[in-house]
Structure formats: structure tokens, C-alpha cells
Design a protein around this ligand. Structure first.
Ligand code: ADP
Length: 290
């Protein structure tokens, strides 16, 4: 558990870190796992700069998958590929394949708006709209024409985001009056109001204090029953606490000597933190690098 006042980010760079505590977890056996994303030879670039390459991995349903690695190794670029958030970046280029339930996410006829309805995203900095708490959660359902039983939909999303009890008496007040942690849970409620299947969380707690961080982590454990979660975090302890599986990305040079992110190792979280297969993973998780 995190103690108040503890500086979580410092742990990442400590030279001789004790092994991280890896929480006990129940993971479905390989036979019963359902693949949500099948990512094949993914390479993502901005202009001629390769942000990340060599990503081959499968993401499974109702598990929490963490992506860890040093700053600039392409974690954010990777997670944004999973719901086509990079489409708007003019210099962005992608090679390889991302299959979502067997369908090419970037194939002809696939609508980015529909992709983002099924695959929701929450960002590092809570970004509620300058509207009421209610209108924030009701926003996406209204855009999509889901106006029937809107009150129930809003309440359900706020319940699922563990925020209802704190806001039920002030739904018409501005979302900007909420604390940082509450705003982030509101953004989670906003994402789940259109009933996506997947939640992508890009450093969702890095701007929050330890208590608010703990609430987000507890919430993730609850959300996992209904959602498939992918989380980018620079906080290894957080990955060890919440994730079933962890992908470690690092920065490496390619054949022509150009540096970029690369997937080093992907496995069950306890294995990544206690018995990694690759020396680079070991160096990173023991604090010798990064
Ligand atoms: P991380 O999340 O691991 O810190 P990022 O995915 O943010 O890594 O960045 C990976 C690389 O891609 C970095 O070199 C970064 O400068 C570059 N990059 C990220 N976003 C953009 C962008 N919109 N335009 C150009 N380069 C970018």
C-alpha cells in the first residue's frame, strides 16, 4: 500500500531497488483466454522517426495489461494506436497489423468514431469539459443519440467509476469544482457511459496524490470484471500491483543505428518482475536502468 507523502516516482530511478511486491492475482489459464487485440509487427513513426517497432503481442479480455518502460520508448504512441488516436497526427505512419476481435482496426470500412466508442481512453491529465458533472457523463451518449434512460445511464457510469456517492447531490454543478482524483474518475465515468469494451488508460494516476492514486487502482480492479484494460504507467510498483500482464518497452537502435522504442518482453506480471527472460527487463525492474 502507498503511504501518504511517499514519492512514488523516485522509486523508478533508485539504484538498488528491492524487488517490487507483486500482488497475488487470479488469471484465467491460457486455454480460457479470449484475445481482444492481436498486434502483429507493429511499427509506429512520426515522419522518419520510428517511435516504436517490433511490437507483437496479444491482449486478453478482462485482464489488466500494463505497458512500462523509460520515457520516450513509445508507450503512449502504442496505446494510442489501439483506438486510432494517432490518426489526427499528420506525420504519423504505421506498419504491421492490429486485429481487434480478428478485424483489422485500420481496414477499409472501419469507422474511427465506432472504434473509439468501443475502445475508450482516459488521459494523464484529467480533462473534464467545463460543464456540469451530469453533462460531462451524458456528453458522449447524447452525441451518439443514446438519449433513452439517460439519467440511469449517467448514474450507472458514475457508480461504476466509484464516484456516484460523492457527486449524486451536485450533479448540476461544474465538474471543474471536483478534486483532481474525482475529475479523473469522472473522465473514467465519461468513457464508460457509452459502454465500451476496452478502456485505455494513459498514465491515469501520474498527476494524482497517493490516496487518489490508490482509489484509481482499486477502481481498476473492479472495472476489470466488465472491461479489458490497458494501462501505460511509468510507475513499476503500480504495474506490479494492478496488472495481470506487463509489456516492457525499451529504447534501442535499429540496423541503421537509429534509436527508437522496441518491445523487449511481454509476459505475466509476476514473471516480468521476478524472473524476466531478458537482461534489459531485469536491469529496468531492478532499477539499474531507467
Ligand atoms: P512514452 O509514452 O514512452 O514516453 P511516446 O510515445 O510519447 O513515448 O514518444 C515516443 C517517441 O515519439 C518520442 O521520441 C517522442 O518524441 C515521439 N513523439 C511522440 N508524439 C509525437 C508527435 N505527436 N509528433 C512527433 N513525434 C512524437
Amino acid at each position: 500500500m502507498i503511504e501518504e507523502g511517499e514519492n512514488v516516482s523516485e522509486m523508478v530511478t533508485m539504484p538498488a531497488m528491492k524487488p517490487v511486491d507483486v500482488a497475488a492475482r487470479e488469471e484465467a489459464g491460457p486455454q480460457t483466454r479470449e484475445t481482444v487485440f492481436d498486434i502483429q509487427a507493429l511499427e509506429a513513426s512520426y515522419g522518419s522517426n520510428v517511435a516504436v517497432r517490433g511490437v507483437d503481442l496479444e491482449i486478453y479480455r478482462n485482464l489488466i495489461t500494463a505497458v512500462i518502460g523509460p520515457s520516450g520508448c513509445g508507450k503512449s504512441t502504442f496505446i494510442r494506436c489501439l483506438n486510432r488516436m494517432n490518426d489526427e497526427v499528420p506525420s504519423f505512419r504505421q506498419q504491421g497489423k492490429i486485429l481487434y476481435h480478428g478485424i483489422d482496426l485500420y481496414g477499409d470500412g472501419v469507422e474511427p468514431v465506432e472504434v473509439r466508442r468501443r475502445i475508450g481512453m482516459v488521459f494523464q491529465k484529467a480533462n473534464p469539459f467545463p460543464k456540469s458533472i451530469y453533462d460531462n457523463v451524458a456528453w458522449a451518449p447524447r452525441v451518439l443519440g443514446l438519449r433513452k434512460n439517460l439519467d440511469e445511464r449517467v448514474e450507472k457510469a458514475l457508480q461504476s467509476a466509484a464516484l456516484w456517492d460523492e457527486v449524486k447531490d451536485r450533479l448540476k454543478r461544474s465538474a471543474l469544482g471536483l478534486s483532481g482524483g474525482q475529475q479523473q474518475r469522472l473522465c473514467i465515468a465519461r468513457a464508460i457511459a457509452v459502454e465500451p469494451e476496452v478502456l485505455l488508460l494513459d498514465e491515469p494516476a501520474s498527476a494524482l496524490d497517493p490516496i487518489a492514486t490508490q482509489r484509481i487502482e482499486e477502481l481498476m480492479h473492479e472495472l476489470k470484471r466488465d472491461y479489458t484494460i490497458v494501462i501505460v504507467t511509468h510507475n513499476m510498483q503500480q504495474a506490479a500491483r494492478v496488472a495481470d500482464r506487463t509489456a516492457f518497452f525499451s529504447i534501442d537502435s535499429d540496423d541503421s543505428g537509429r534509436y527508437g522504442g522496441v518491445l523487449v518482453e511481454y509476459d505475466e506480471t509476476p514473471k516480468i518482475f521476478t524472473a524476466p527472460s531478458d537482461k534489459r527487463t531485469e536491469d529496468y525492474v531492478t532499477g539499474r536502468f531507467g
